[in-house]
Design a protein around this ligand. Structure first.
Ligand SMILES: Cc1cc2nc3c(=O)[nH]c(=O)nc-3n(C[C@H](O)[C@H](O)[C@H](O)COP(=O)(O)OP(=O)(O)OC[C@H]3O[C@@H](n4cnc5c(N)ncnc54)[C@H](O)[C@@H]3O)c2cc1C
Length: 432
């Protein structure tokens, strides 16, 4: 016999749990289904939880309660070649006081905590429970079938928060097959290192943390690498476009070794002990890859709705996921009050998304997707920058060229006028 709920939320990641919390607090009968043995058990990401007003609104001063690692005080963007690094370091005293700008987190602890907050508000959390497909009736989603606790669960509304591959969105006919080049694969190594060593090595005090992005590694593959400081560990990893990785013919672990063996990275991770290796997909198709996000009886949130983007400097996903979860929950609360679960009613969710920073930012950086496919960004430009820096600093008794002349000469030699102009326009359009 089927069990009935007001809302079933599939997936206890950041999007699903915050949606569950909002719905339960409104007094609705909510069931949160998670395939892992506990929320976060199967989840990984790079490491940066961005400051998210939607989270702070539901759990005021969440940074005092959540299992966070460090607040991010220092941002570094490093352009790498196999033997050089040109780094831009940004330290901001405003990022060093509440409300902080972002935090490093470890997902098993953070996701478990957030789902626990939803449970405290009255949500029913069922783990080891994999949703197989939506139950359809008269063209509407009216529930889900589950493996683990075999059977069918029914609800007025289903919220699909089941992550990047969302089988629910696919089976409800909201998205088609993925196009190569719209997905990234992320690999990450968690490395244990004593707190005092981390503070000394990265010039940090108290709970300050560092977020380092490396451009130019992996060499010849579209993607980037990262290092985040946790309290007693480092999250080191890379995200590569799947099509580019496939074309390289190399295995992710081999490419990962290149990162760990880079002289600049090697000294940052020296003496660290491997604790855990993980991999996960990232939606990187940008605004154009966002599927239809609602249908009769169902809304799609977070990565399941492709709500994640990178503009080459920031990778934002978790804040978009949580915000979309809350907007879907608000829509569900209205729909249940009205007793109308039709697509016409749930279209309010799309309207709310469009008016929020989520879609506004995804639209703003929609051209970044094209920019991220410029191969020269990953090898030629870091090489060019490194070459210019070397010539600026190198003293060898030969006459010097002025800075502008040097940059122009090197750029013409390495890239050529036509590509340089085309790339400048593409990068300008993507970021401005
Ligand atoms: C390598 C990497 C680095 C990243 N770095 C960052 C970063 O630093 N900052 C940032 O903001 N974003 C980052 N992201 C993106 C970010 O992780 C995602 O945008 C975010 O996790 C999306 O949250 P979500 O709740 O929508 O989905 P998820 O976090 O994927 O959660 C989905 C949940 O659904 C569950 N689930 C899936 N299928 C089923 C099913 N059939 N039945 C039941 N449960 C199911 C899963 O177990 C999981 O708990 C990164 C991603 C990767 C892969």
């Amino acid at each position: 016999m089927a069990k009935y709920f007001d809302v079933i939320v599939v997936g206890a990641g950041p999007a699903g749990s915050l949606a569950g919390l909002k719905l339960a607090r409104a007094g609705l009968n909510v069931c949160l289904l998670e395939r892992g043995s506990h929320p976060g058990a199967k989840n990984m990401f790079g490491g940066l939880l961005h400051n998210t007003p939607a989270l702070n609104e539901l759990i005021p001063s969440f940074w005092e309660k959540a299992p966070l690692e460090r607040h991010v005080y220092k941002k570094v963007l490093a352009f790498m070649t196999p033997d050089t690094a040109v780094s831009l370091s940004f330290e901001n005293e405003n990022f060093d006081r509440p409300p902080y700008n972002g935090y490093t987190v470890l997902r098993p602890a953070f996701d478990n905590w957030l789902a626990g907050e939803a449970v405290k508000e009255g949500a029913l959390l069922l783990c080891d429970c994999t949703v197989i497909e939506p139950v359809m009736k008269d063209g509407a989603v009216v529930g889900v079938t589950v493996k683990g606790r075999e059977g069918e669960l029914r609800a007025n509304i289903v919220i699909a928060a089941d992550g990047v591959l969302s089988f629910l969105a696919e089976k409800a006919g909201l998205r088609g097959d993925f196009v190569p080049g719209t997905l990234g694969v992320g690999v990450k190594l968690l490395l244990g290192l004593p707190e005092a060593t981390i503070n000394e090595r990265f010039h940090l005090v108290r709970d300050q943390g560092a977020d380092i992005s490396f451009l130019g590694i992996p060499a010849g593959i579209r993607g980037g690498s990262f290092l985040y400081t946790n309290r007693e560990s480092l999250s080191v990893g890379m995200v590569m476009y799947l099509d580019s990785l496939q074309k390289s013919g190399r295995a992710p672990h081999e490419i990962f070794d290149d990162l760990l063996q880079h002289p600049q990275v090697k000294k940052l991770v020296k003496g660290a002990v491997p604790l855990e290796y993980s991999a996960h997909l990232v939606p990187e198709g940008g605004y154009k890859a966002v599927p239809t996000v609602y249908t009769n009886g169902m809304m799609v949130v977070g990565d399941a709705a492709g709500l994640c983007y990178t503009n080459g400097i920031n990778l934002e996903g978790i804040n978009l996921a949580m915000t979309s979860g809350v907007l879907a929950a608000e829509t569900a609360i209205n729909a249940i009050e009205a007793g109308d679960y039709s697509a016409r009613m749930l279209a309010l969710y799309k309207k709310k998304l469009n008016e929020s920073f989520v879609i506004k930012d995804m639209k703003k950086f929609s051209k970044s997707v094209g920019m991220m496919h410029v191969d020269r960004l990953y090898d030629t430009y870091p090489q060019l920058l490194a070459g210019i820096m070397e010539k600026i600093y190198k003293v060898d008794g030969t006459p010097r060229t002025g800075l502008f002349g040097l940059a122009r000469k090197e750029a013409m030699k390495e890239v050529g006028l036509k590509d340089l102009v085309a790339d400048s326009i593409r990068i300008g359009r993507a970021l401005l």
